[in-house]
Design a protein. Structure first.
Length: 90
């Protein structure tokens, strides 16, 4: 298992990554850092802990929305598949 050094909110963290996933860890850390910077600009008086919590809650909300979109897409694909199968069976 490889280790990756990333910077989030001005601090360097050493994280463990699985082989080909190193770039995913770096990308995820960059996303967290970017979101934290965004929130820090909007709330300059907030501490790092609060900024981190807000960033994570925002990102979790985006994940939930994306999961819902995937579920809707899966439902749509299933319906289209049934429609095509019915048309072919006729």
């Amino acid at each position: 298992m490889a280790t990756v050094n990333v910077e989030i909110a001005g601090r360097t963290y050493t994280l463990q990554a699985e082989g080909a996933r190193e770039e995913d860890v770096v990308r995820a850390a960059a996303m967290v850092d970017s979101r934290m910077q965004e929130i820090a600009r909007a709330l300059p008086q907030a501490g790092v802990e609060r900024i981190a919590i807000l960033a994570l809650v925002h990102m979790a909300d985006e994940l939930i929305q994306t999961q819902r979109e995937i579920e809707r897409f899966d439902t749509f694909i299933d319906a289209q598949t049934r429609r095509i199968e019915a048309a072919v069976a006729e």
